[in-house]
Design a protein around this ligand. Sequence first.
Ligand SMILES: [Zn+2]
Length: 192
Amino acid sequence: MEKKQITVEVSARHVHLSREVVEQLFGTGYELQPEKWLSQPGQFLAKERVNIIGEKGRLEKVAILGPIRDKTQVELALSDCFKLGVEGVVRNSGELDGTPGVRLETEKGEVVLAEGVIVPRRHIHILPQDAADLGVYDSELVSVKVENEIGRGIIFSGVLVRVSEQSSMVMHIDTDEGNAAMIFKTGTGWIV
Ligand SMILES: [Zn+2]
């Protein structure tokens, strides 16, 4: 297998909202306003923020990523789940059946979600050609080694490969995983 560097990006906690939930939180007919465009085509950080409330605590001014989706999905690190008092369930994006719920709140409204809170499975976005070069396939679980000068190198196992035309090669980890490897925004790794 060819050794090829992968950019590792840390994704902080955020939510994706459905049309229905946007309207419950911000008003009928409301549209999220893009503040910053992200590396995935068409994806943006919205100007709006939302508070997340669990049985034990709350997270203030959490980022909302647009555009709207079919299902509302709250993506948290495990330490966020501890703070809220919500069970941390590792899932692939979009696989929300049986996941915990939480309350979302803004100055204009609130909504109680029955489900949708996940600790997203760490994953690599990869183009078909790069996947072929590396000998990996969609939905495969691989291990990625990250090294740094601070001496906090780590091997992440169970990294989901997501092959699509949507993104050049980038690995996404959450803030707890980033902290464990002392990667605060971006780092580099390779499949081992
Ligand atoms: Zn991702």
